[in-house]
Design a protein around this ligand. Structure first.
Ligand SMILES: [Zn+2]
Length: 372
């Protein structure tokens, strides 16, 4: 369970976070009594939606193998939402994004009953949807309610838990990228957001064995870290506390999968792999005595990242791949992604530093050996 302070901060952001009591959400039910709720669900979550559905609510069921938040799915949700008072996504990524989008289009409020600790968009105002086959980020509203039932979350598919873990391990490296840019370029760091995120990541890291056992408290710590990521971004006013080079690598690969019209591996799975690359680079730069402005301070900050060996073991323990070849990509694409990821976003990371020092090509063979 998140701290009282985090609960209060979320509340200030407009988000009410409620943990289930005996499988029910009394606070949410009381606040929405008499309203007509629209529940969005897919094949994996429809059972939870039916169990939860208050009297008079309506169900918008996406009866397909793997729904994607494209024009068709969004239009269906928007249509259904017109006749309702409130939209509740029963799911994680896609359903949450669709609910946020439908809420924005209809001026209704939305919330989410979390079913998998797979991504950190729960407390984020951004709705990532597909337009003409391209992923676009729509500025929406943050969900008004996040409902967390550890019993549901700890029963989530292993791949989704592995993805959530990968996304959270990536915070170690993106926070270090933030420090790098502070010491190297003088970029401001929001210390409150920084330490809030780091604390949540460390709490998660301490519960990995519990998560492997599907222990509710462990899975709850992972979920909390995913929610706090949204809060940290809101506090920082940008995605610095949640996204660095490991995310840029993931975005680069994602664009390729979308362009090939192939099934895109879960976000956090790709981020977990990117995290290994970033962590490796911080270790290698120090090992090789590479000098740059702010080097000593940066290497000190990088000590908060667990060793590459530990990160790799953690990902493996949770069933996540630790080699890019497991995603079915070519060696060429791997090289292209590492060398090109710094162009994905105008944000200074360890990959930007590598470019600046003209060391990208120098480290590529090592990286390929370790992680392709
Ligand atoms: Zn992420």
């Amino acid at each position: 369970m998140v701290s009282e302070l985090v609960l209060r901060k979320l509340k200030k952001m407009g988000v009410t976070l409620e943990y289930a009591k005996g499988g029910a959400f009394p606070q949410f039910s009381a606040a929405h009594a008499g309203e007509k709720l629209l529940l969005l669900a897919d094949r994996n979550t429809v059972g939870y939606a039916q169990k939860f559905a208050p009297r008079g609510s309506e169900l918008c069921f996406f009866d397909e193998e793997e729904p994607v938040p494209d024009e068709r799915m969004c239009a269906r949700a928007v249509d259904a939402a017109r006749g309702c008072d409130y939209i509740l996504a029963v799911g994680s990524g896609t359903l949450n994004d669709t609910a946020k989008y439908a809420a924005l289009q209809t001026g209704k409020k939305s919330g989410v009953l979390a079913t998998a600790p797979s991504m950190d968009g729960y407390a984020s105002p951004v709705a990532a949807i597909l337009k003409n086959g391209f992923k676009v980020s729509e500025e929406a509203h943050v969900p008004a309610d996040i409902l967390v039932d550890p019993a549901i979350l700890s029963a989530a598919p292993q791949e989704m838990i592995a993805a959530g873990a990968g996304d959270i391990l990536g915070k170690y490296t993106c926070l270090t990228d933030w420090r790098l840019s502070q010491f190297h370029n003088g970029e401001a760091v929001n210390e409150e957001a920084f330490s809030e995120m780091l604390n949540a990541v460390e709490k998660f890291a301490a519960s990995v064995e519990g998560i492997v056992r599907r222990d509710k408290a462990g899975v709850e710590n992972l979920t909390d870290a995913l929610i706090i990521s949204g809060l940290a971004m809101a506090e920082a006013g940008n995605s610095r506390p949640a996204s660095g080079a490991e995310h840029h690598i993931s975005h680069y690969l994602e664009m390729w999968f979308v362009a090939q019209k192939m099934r895109v591996p879960l976000h956090g799975i790709k981020v977990g792999l990117g995290t290994l690359v970033s962590a490796y680079l911080y270790e290698a730069l120090e090992r090789d005595g590479v000098t740059f402005r702010g080097d000593a301070q940066t290497f000190r900050a990088a000590k908060s990242i667990p060793s590459v060996g530990t990160l790799r073991a953690t990902l493996e323990r949770l069933g996540a791949p630790v080699r890019f070849s497991a995603l079915g990509i070519s060696r060429e694409l791997f090289r292209e992604a590492i060398a090109g990821a710094h162009t994905v976003r105008p944000r200074y990371t360890v990959l930007s530093l590598l470019e600046e020092l003209r060391l990208t090509q120098y480290y590529l063979p090592e990286l390929e050996k370790a992680f392709y």
